[in-house]
Design a binder for this molecule. Sequence first.
Ligand SMILES: [Zn+2]
Ligand SMILES: [Zn+2]
Length: 160
Amino acid sequence: MIRPNFDDIFMELAVNLAKRSHCIKKHVGAVLTKETRIISIGYNGPPSGTHNCDEEFPVEGCARDNKGSCTLALHAEQNAILYAVKNNTSVEGSTLYVTLAPCLACARIIFSMGIQRVIYMYSYAEYKGLPFDEGLEFLKKFGVQVDQYEKEIKFEDNLI
Ligand SMILES: [Zn+2]
Ligand SMILES: [Zn+2]
């Protein structure tokens, strides 16, 4: 039997969480860990108890901002961080596993919250057609350890 390492376990969980997203465009999952324990999870979507974009706007899609992003959704990283904070769990020194590299707005939050390391699977810049991953650059510049997850985990349609 193959004994999986924690990077694989947490990234597989992030991939599975992404599948729960109601976003009509992009499904992203995030897992927040400290040492080898999970302290929070999240996937992208409007705050819980508000909207389910795919069910409410199946034809026209939800309203978009000028960058083409959903105007209602919190990003997976934001959902994971906010849930931890709401429950009085410190995220200082934690590691974030996320299926899509953090955008700049999330990077600012990740840095401010004292998250120490980010492991991501896909490039946000590639997905958005941007010249470079400004979120990752921001994190690196201010001392957050950033690593791309190297292995292949099967993703479906909306997942890239
Ligand atoms: Zn939406
Ligand atoms: Zn973001």
